[in-house]
Every structure is written in structure tokens, then in C-alpha cells.
Design a protein around this ligand. Sequence first.
Ligand SMILES: [Zn+2]
Length: 309
Amino acid sequence: MASAGSIEQTFVRLEDGIQRLTLPLPTGPKHVHCYLVDGTLFDTGLGLGEAPWSSAAVERIAITHFHPDHVGGAAAAAAATGAPVFQGGLDYAQCERVWGSKDWPERMAAWFTRHGVPAAVVDDLIEQGHAFAAFIRYALDPELLYEGSELDGWNVVELPGHADGHLGFLRDGVLISGDHLLQRISPAVGLYPESRPDPLGDYLASLARTIELMPRVVYPGHGEPIGNAAERARELIAHHRERLNVTAAALSGEPRTAYDVSLAVFGAELSPTQRRFAVAETLSHLERLVREGRGARAGDGGTVTYTGP
Ligand SMILES: [Zn+2]
């Protein structure tokens, strides 16, 4: 990654005593935010290119979730600052399982195959998965956080859905939300292997929890601060209710794989990467429908299929 741009990257002072550092991403929303508040650095970017860690007064590093654009720079940030890293207990277990293992892409590929994904799309995953994993330098053996933990006055809140072990940090009405709540993007909620079985159910509950917590302002991993968190949470609940109806409409008495359903719900024109996200997102909705009695799953061991009621 070009370092010419990264020299310009500096912390920008926002309200609430918060400093924000915006790092570039090669894909997706094209940027990710890290926040520095009273010595606590929240999230660390992808870890490609340089970041001004050594110039910042970082006393501790907190990770919202194990996705590459949040945890990938953790080892570099810890090395540059000498600060300890704090990460969710469940999140770190998943981080190790995914980025710390040699055969995660193969395990993921076998799982997608069972859900009807064609070989070309699966093979691309194996190739990309191995190319990518080497760059994700998470910090080994962080101090683990759980629901109810406290970190320099921040209350740790578990907000599963976008990631099983996703944490939020709440203090004085300020919520550092990672990717749990975003203003313009509907955070991806996908089902993946070796993870919690009903991520959309988790996410809807975490959105309801966000409404109860009533944060005054939310600082997200991507996009601008969110002042109307409850309203945004309600929008996202309504969005997923609608997506559940669209997914349910794609089911019939005829067994269909999650891949087949994803073609009906997301269309046929997707890149292999987009298709995998679409299948994972379709699966989180299918599994929620199963739990709501609006669908049934069959095929433990072999190809997994879903039918309507
Ligand atoms: Zn994420």
C-alpha cells in the first residue's frame, strides 16, 4: 500500500474529547476509523501501511471485533506504543480460530460447498483466504473482556450479530460501536461455520439493547457519528424484517440450498466474494426463519436445504 497517503494520516479532534484517525481500506467502505479517547485506542485498522501510533499517547488498545479492518493492525499498534491490548473473550477465540489456523479457508470452503455454492466460487475463497490471512497481525494473548467488564471507566457491552463476540464501549452516553451500528450501511450479518447458530437473532436483540442503552452519540467504525442511535437501530430492525420476508418468499415446498435462495434474493450478477457474503447473509436470514417457524432445514451431514412452511 502506498505510504505517501499514510504520512498525512493524523488524529482529528472531534467532540466529547475524542480523536479520530481514518485509515484507508482497499475495498468496501474504503476507510475505517480508529478512536483515541483519554489514552484508550479503539481499533487499529487493517495494518497495511503506516499509522501514526508512536506519535499518539496510547495507554491501552481496545478491539471491537476480529474483522481484519479492526484487528489487523493490533500487533503493530501494540509494538509501537507498548500498550496492552484488550479484546473480547469470545472474539479472541474466534480471531485465533480464523486467522491463527492454517486451514480455515478449507474449512470455510467445505461448509460453503454443503450450502450449494459452486466449485468456482469456493476455489476463489481458498485462494483469497490464504493470500489475505498472512497480513492480519492481531495481538497474541490480549487481556480478555466480557459483558460487564470495565476499561478505564468504559462499560463493556456485548453486542453480537455482525460478529459473534462484537463489543461496544459505553461511557457518559458515548458508545464506541465498531460495526454494530453504522449510519449509511446495513452492517453485514452472516452465518459462518464454527460460530453462533442464529446471528440475525443475536443482531436484532443487540439492536433492541442499543435502543435501551440510549447512547447520546455513537462513534462507528465507518462513516460519521450517529446522534439518533435509537432511530437508526429501529431502521435496521425494520430492514431485516423486510429482508426476512423477501427470503421467506423465496422458499417453497421444493428444497433449495442457501446458494439457490441467494440467487433469488440477491440476483445472479455477483463476484465470487460478493456471492459468499450474499450466501452468508441469506443463511443468517434462513436460520432466523427456521427459528420463527417460517422455514425448515434438512440435510445434516450432506447438502443442506431449506423449505417453506
Ligand atoms: Zn466488521
